[in-house]
Design a protein around this ligand. Sequence first.
Ligand SMILES: Nc1nc2c(c(=O)[nH]1)N[C@H]1C(S)=C(S)[C@@H](COP(=O)(O)O)O[C@H]1N2
Ligand SMILES: [Mo]
Length: 202
Amino acid sequence: MLINKGFKPKRRQSDTDRDRLPPGQYLTDDFPVLSLGPTPEVSKDKWKLRVWGLCEETSLSWENLMKLPASNITKDIHCVTKWSKYDTNWKGVWLDEIIRLANVDDTASFLIAHSADGYTTNIPIDDVTDKKALIAYEYDGEDIEAGHGGPVRLVVPHLYFWKSAKWLDGLEFVAEDQPGFWEERGYHNYGDPWLEQRYDTD
Ligand SMILES: Nc1nc2c(c(=O)[nH]1)N[C@H]1C(S)=C(S)[C@@H](COP(=O)(O)O)O[C@H]1N2
Ligand SMILES: [Mo]
C-alpha cells in the first residue's frame, strides 16, 4: 500500500500576494489620506466637471453624472510613498464615456486632470481609454469621503496613485504633454508602479 504522507503542493496566500505587490511596496489595510493641502469643500450640488481642449466643450453636473452608465471595479492601488492596498472597490463612470460625450479629437494625446484644490496631473490618452480610468463617486459602496477626494475623484489604478486626482473638476484634452503638480516637482512623468517609476530620475 502506498501511503500518501499528505504532501500537497500548497499555493500559499503570501505567494499570490507577492505576485501582486509591485517592487519596493508594502501592503497595508489602512487607507492613508495624502493631500498637498487642506481638503476643499465640494458639495454634490455645486460640483461640476468641466471638459475642454481638443473636444466639444462640455460641463457635467452631479445629476448628469448619475445618469451615465456606472461600473464597479475592484483594484489594487499603489502609492509612490510605498504603501499598496489590495481590492479597493470603486463605482463610477469610465472616462471612455466622457471621451465619447465630448467627442474628443484624435489629436488629443494627453489628459490633464484638474482638481478643486488646484492640483493637476497628466496622463497619456491611452492610459485613460478602454476602461482604465474611472470617474469614481463611491468607495466600498459609500460616497467617497471628502479626504479621499469626494464627491468625485479619478481612479487610474494601474499607475501610482498620485495620478488619481481627488476632487476632480476638470478634464482638459491636449496634444502636447504638460507635466502636472507632482510631475513638475520631481515625480516621474508616467508613474508605472511595476517599473518603479517614482521619480524623474527613475
Ligand atoms: N486633487 C488632489 N488629488 C490628489 C492629491 C492631492 O493632493 N490633490 N494627492 C495625490 C497623491 S500624492 C496620492 S498618493 C493620492 C492619495 O489619495 P488618498 O488620499 O485617497 O489616499 O491622491 C492623489 N490625488
Ligand atoms: Mo502620493
